[in-house]
Write a new protein. Sequence first.
Length: 395
Amino acid sequence: MTLPRKHLFDLPEGVLYLDGNSLGAMPVAAADRATRVIRDEWGHELIKAWNSADWISLPKRVGDRIGRLIGAPEGSVATGDTLSIKVYQALAAAMRMQPHRRVILSDSGNFPSDLYIAQGLADLVGQGWELRTPAPEDVADAINDSVAIVMLTHVDYRTGRLHDMKAITRQAQAAGSIMIWDLAHSAGAVPVDLAACGAEFAVGCSYKYLNGGPGAPAFIYVRPDLVLEVQPALAGWMGHEAPFAMSHTYQPAMSTERLRVGTPPILQLSVLDAALDVWDGLDMDSVRSASIALSEAFVAEVSRLCPDLRLASPVDPHQRGSQVSFAFEDGYAVIQALIERGVIGDFRAPDIMRFGFTPLYLDNNDVMQAASIVGEVIKSGIWREQRFQTRAKVT
């Protein structure tokens, strides 16, 4: 195994990209694959490509490749649609599996979209369903026999704080609750073993550490022994046992494929398929070790150069994902000044500056250079200039 693999990525000259936790860098193979699919498959084969290029099997093939990175058995991961839809599907299915309880337990640090979906479903279904959101550190104490579903994001999107997946899953199941994990900031960043964990459901996106490109398809995992219990709330034709039988009666597929909905996004899935080539020959434990080394070097150097910045992430690298966050009142302006100098991180309200560490295309020299530029920007006060104060639509 060799890290980093910079030659496999198309990175702009002079840019230190520390934002793979939000949007992964583009693998060279992704652009090549997109061109081939558009020109040769769609362009020349037209509709024949569903068979001649085997487009129809692409969602399952990509799902199995993602499954390898998250410890999921073959055939247990379905791909397509958006993460929000996959959260909805998992949560709606879990609610049907818990007819005698009415509490969805998440935490106040969860990604807002997950909470919006949970609240929306609770309001739609009625019947006394409610969403509870204690602080992340209080989740374990809030699990009891009134909780139907525990729905958590494994890695906090703001601070990188890690939940203990195995321990919380074990506790939830001991209380008779169903466990749903959102792996948006975990897949491709930290080792995950869904088979060993035993969680009923997991969902995630593929445009962050998996480098699938903006809007890349999401994925959903169902524990294999539960598949036949899952009743899809969105019963689309691609989740049918025989889509092209064109039956007027829905009969779900006898696998996780029942959680597919509409026609798969072939261009995006093809790009993601090519992007996953960068993982060939890698194991997540080695990737994790490399990311910890990079993040620790960054934290030490930034803390030395900028003692006034507050580390918002856990100090222990084993208690955080593959990102580091610093809190600073004028963090947005600092991030804009850094971007102008070629260091790309991002900002999350109200005061979080986030930096992601992807050892596939970052090395120690990159990290130390980025930390040095952070020190220069903070000490110089250049971030106070007016051009860095106006917030863009995307932060």
